[in-house]
Design a protein around this ligand. Structure first.
Ligand code: 13P
Length: 247
């Protein structure tokens, strides 16, 4: 039986003070049903990590470098993230893919570095609106996963999380219907199962894209939706906790 994971991706929002307030609110109201994680901006990881020590709430980074160390200005290594107390690292978010032109291959290399450092990667996959309209969602998601399978093999997914985030649903208020989201999650699990049935059954597959307290319960009740990667609604403790409550 897979447990639920509700992870907040704060993106590039807030201030040190608002991060502190948000963590205090989440700690105070954690319903203790789902596993919770927060992914603050990198400069706040140390502070937030300290606040989460000795709690059940996990810390995650929003990205991780594909290289171990050295002359990679602006990047942050997996071992540095571990030192901050991170358990998770998001890789391949659609905003990284589209705004910073991260390729499937670079994302796979970031994923590999997270795994080798003992971080749990949260691999984001999903189709754009155009791809959605063309009906090629499965092909796009398969290609994004294949790049990681080619580099890391199925064993790379043993401690990984996948987040299906249709790009057209991110920050738009549009949300995939529970049955359509379920179908893609089932497809993803089936794809992993073709290589290893046990790993496929264990991997948590999260939905992301305009999840909020009003639509979370229906999405989270689907058999292959194991949680959520929450953007906007993770910036308010009450909304984030309400989603966690419905997991
Ligand atoms: P929203 O919840 O704001 O749509 O963002 C989802 C997301 O991109 C999480 O990574």
């Amino acid at each position: 039986m897979r447990s639920s994971l509700i992870a907040g991706n704060w993106k590039m929002n807030g201030s040190l003070q608002s991060a502190i307030d948000l963590v205090e609110g989440i700690k105070a109201g954690n319903p203790g049903k789902a596993q919770l994680a927060v992914c603050p901006p990198a400069v706040f990881l140390m502070k937030v990590g300290g606040m989460l020590a000795e709690t059940e709430i996990s810390l995650g980074a929003q990205n991780v470098c594909d290289q171990e160390a050295g002359a990679f200005t602006g990047e942050i290594s997996a071992s540095m993230l571990k030192e901050c107390g991170c358990r998770y690292a998001i890789v391949g978010h659609s905003e990284r893919r589209s705004h910073y032109l991260e390729s499937d291959q670079l994302i796979a290399a970031r994923f590999a570095m997270a795994v080798s450092a003992g971080l749990n990667p949260i691999l984001c996959v999903g189709e754009t609106l155009y791809e959605h309209e063309q009906g090629v969602t499965e092909a796009i998601v398969a290609k994004q996963i294949d790049a990681v399978l080619e580099l890391c093999g199925i064993a790379g997914f043993a401690e990984a999380v996948i987040a299906y985030e249709p790009v057209w649903a991110i920050g738009t208020g549009l949300v995939a219907s529970p049955d359509k989201a379920q179908a893609i999650h089932e497809f993803i699990r089936g794809k992993l199962a073709a290589s290893d049935g046990d790993i496929a059954q264990r991997v948590q597959i999260l939905y992301g894209g305009s999840m909020n307290p009003a639509n979370a319960a229906d999405l989270l009740s689907q058999p292959d939706i194991d949680g959520g990667l929450i953007g906007g609604a993770s910036l308010k403790a009450d909304d984030f906790l309400a989603i966690a409550q419905s997991a």
